[in-house]
Ligand binder design. Sequence first.
Ligand SMILES: *[C@@H]1O[C@H](CO)[C@@H](O)[C@H](O)[C@H]1NC(C)=O
Ligand SMILES: *[C@@H]1O[C@H](CO)[C@@H](O)[C@H](O)[C@H]1NC(C)=O
Ligand SMILES: *[C@@H]1O[C@H](CO)[C@@H](O)[C@H](O)[C@H]1NC(C)=O
Ligand SMILES: [Cu+2]
Length: 357
Amino acid sequence: MFQSLQYASVFLAFSSFAVAAETGRRAKCTVKVVRKPWDMLTSKERSAYIDAELCLMAAPSQLNIPGTETRWDDLHWNHIVQANFIHDVGQFLPWHRYYIAIHGDLLRNECGYTGPLPYWDETADSALPSLESASIFQPDAFGGNGVGSGPQKYIADGPFANSTLHLKRLGVAPADYKIYRDLNARTLIGGAQATIDACFQISTYTAAWECWAGLPHSSGHGATGGLMVDVVLSPGDPVFYLHHGWLDAMWWKWQSLDLPNRLKDMGGRNIPRESYVGNIGLPLPGPEWTNHDGDDGSVTTLNHVLYMSDMYPNVTVADVMDVRGDVVCAEYFYNDSFTFTMSRIVDGIIVFDTIIS
Ligand SMILES: *[C@@H]1O[C@H](CO)[C@@H](O)[C@H](O)[C@H]1NC(C)=O
Ligand SMILES: *[C@@H]1O[C@H](CO)[C@@H](O)[C@H](O)[C@H]1NC(C)=O
Ligand SMILES: *[C@@H]1O[C@H](CO)[C@@H](O)[C@H](O)[C@H]1NC(C)=O
Ligand SMILES: [Cu+2]
């Protein structure tokens, strides 16, 4: 039996399609924001993306939170303040979907970026002998490995070598610090085809989210190392958005295998395991979160509230289940070996529908 995947699509080697300049978050989604692997961006798009990231790091903070100096800090804050509530729980994938969407919105709305949003094709890079040769870790991309012999190896090349972060974990006084990394190719094994195929085999969200949150998620953090292995502070490294972009692309591909069911399939605990938060040095979330989570019981539902401080309004999990909807308004392009059999034109882009046996 054949199942038509209406929206799985592939980017063709044509680079001359237009991308909408602005897509309002709460406006109707008319022209979707294209998301694709970093290597599929043109060199002009890549440098425009880097410039927009630097713009966010230079733009003044608009949140009234002690220690925030830049827009980058504002974004960082959202992850820091609820790190013990957005990991190891059912809202892990939807929350991070919303988070990377608002990051993309800030780039577009506040820093004039009009190109595609890149993600890290970790399946391609999982075969590399060393991450030092990965395109994203080159000096014209996100810079390379951290250097030095201290416990924190600060990156020394690339556009973010001098970027200054300010926020630390809750309860630790804000202070200037730089981005640190410790590349480790071996740990990118979580992107390997066999590993992600195991997650694609699972048919319910309740089981699948734990699979995606396992090796595929943890290995991108571990492979980048340094700041990226700090569960609280990891979004300080701009590579975070490429890693979570990839994870979100995988979740969407998984959803696309059975859209009628998987656009509504939610679940998982809504309070993390005590051992999990204990391991990352955090307390269990208190009533400031649990009293407003939108769920009646202990299971994450479509009503679960996704919170982004005052930067963006609260939405629910239901609002982000479809990446083509008004909140996310995205279209994913994949570099893979699906069989493409039919084509059609959507918003000026040639899209190949997929037939899977
Ligand atoms: C597509 O994936 C293949 C195999 O993983 C890789 O060799 C190639 O560089 C990728 N192409 C792009 C443009 O990302
Ligand atoms: C970072 O600062 C050093 C020392 O001032 C300078 O040589 C280098 O060009 C700067 N790099 C970037 C990307 O701004
Ligand atoms: C948004 O969510 C937060 C955290 O759950 C909650 O404290 C706040 O009251 C919510 N805001 C609105 C307007 O519902
Ligand atoms: Cu996170």
